[in-house]
Design a protein around this ligand. Structure first.
Ligand code: BTN
Length: 345
């Protein structure tokens, strides 16, 4: 295979991280700190110890990542606008967390961010690592469903290695969905509701879903991989066509194409909310989380039907307990359920 073809393949599937300085990131940093003036190719080449040709090639790459760069003969390059891609250095810049997002991996495409996170579980120093991909080819949803993940969505996984008892795993759908709903409210000024256990709904349509993979050993959690999929700026009609009737609720985009909302800010706020709530779980302070979750629930008080491993259950959703379990009453008995597929009656 000739070098050009190999290079093209590398360019097709690329990965950036927040902890290895790539020339792309270095050039972006210099351009950002000189936003009001042009920086010559020569200056960039000297300060980064790269050839002029390498600078030019990287400028092209940076432009393909969505940054608007003006180039003028004899003057050099100037940054006009930054990207909205969830690039690691853009997320890190201004991120207020201590652990979540300490390391960020970004792909332009991947099978599933959950599966990549799984590959990191055996490695040290990966607690809190975040894996993001612009698109996924084998995105996974709850209950073994396919998760369609086109460009414009937020597809990310967080790997955590908590020192928790197994019984605490069921709190995480509640914690994660609340963190996401609050982040959406704080950044986008929209008020989403939560459909039990963890679908984020806007006007009765799903805008985000959460998938949690966990591994347990002798009553302790080895690791948890929290996956969130946000239909941030997507064409919901296209997605609906490909999922046909396999997913029962309808979906929508969180923001419209013309809306200038910044997904980077939403991810930063979500990681912050999640970390703060995670610390509350560690200190066993979950009554506030439960209360806030119930306030945002679109399920409590409704007559519902739930598909479970043991068949179909119908009744009124009366409450959520402190472990995130749904309490359903048929008027005589109240059942406690930790998982299931919900449809409103
Ligand atoms: C659901 O079914 O509602 C959960 C969807 C979770 C999708 C996200 S996208 C990022 C992460 N990677 C995956 O393959 N799935 C989750």
């Amino acid at each position: 295979m000739n070098d050009n073809i190999i290079q093209k393949r590398i360019d097709m599937f690329y990965m950036y991280t927040s902890f290895e300085d790539s020339p792309v990131e270095k050039i972006v940093t210099i351009l950002k700190s000189n936003q009001s003036k042009f920086i010559s190719g020569e200056k960039l080449s000297k300060s980064l110890n790269l050839s002029r040709a390498a600078i030019w090639k990287n400028i092209k790459k940076i432009q393909s990542l969505g940054y608007k760069i003006q180039s003028k003969t004899g003057m050099g390059y100037k940054l006009r606008a930054k990207t909205t891609l969830l690039l690691p250095w853009e997320i890190s810049n201004g991120l207020q967390t201590d652990i979540f997002g300490r390391k960020i991996y970004y792909f332009n495409t991947i099978g599933s961010t959950q599966d990549f996170a799984l590959r990191l579980t055996e490695r040290p120093y990966e607690n809190g690592s975040v894996i993001i991909s612009a698109t996924q080819t084998r995105g996974r949803g709850r209950l073994n469903r396919k998760w369609i993940s086109p460009k414009g969505g937020i597809w990310l996984s967080i790997l955590i290695k908590p020192n928790f008892e197994v019984s605490q795993t069921s709190i995480f759908p509640m914690v994660t969905s609340l963190a996401l709903a609050k982040a959406i409210e704080n950044i986008l000024k929209k008020t989403p509701q939560i459909k039990w256990p963890n679908d984020i709904m806007l006007n009765n349509k799903k805008v985000a879903g959460i998938l949690i993979d966990a591994s347990v050993q002798s009553n302790k959690i080895n690791y948890m991989i929290i996956g969130i999929g946000v239909n941030f700026r997507i064409d919901s009609k296209k997605i609906l066509k490909s999922i046909k009737n396999s997913q029962r609720c309808s979906i929508t985009t969180l923001v419209e194409k013309k809306d200038s909302a910044d997904p980077i800010k939403l991810v930063q706020e979500f990681l912050l909310q999640l970390e703060q709530m995670y610390n509350n779980v560690i200190s066993n302070n979950i009554s506030k989380i439960r209360k806030e979750y119930i306030n945002r629930s679109s399920t409590i008080g409704k007559s519902i039907t739930l598909r479970t491993h043991n068949g179909i259950i119908s009744g009124k959703a009366v409450s959520i307990d402190k472990n995130g379990a749904l309490m359903i009453s048929d008027g005589k008995k109240t059942k406690r359920l930790l998982t299931g597929d919900l449809t409103s009656r």
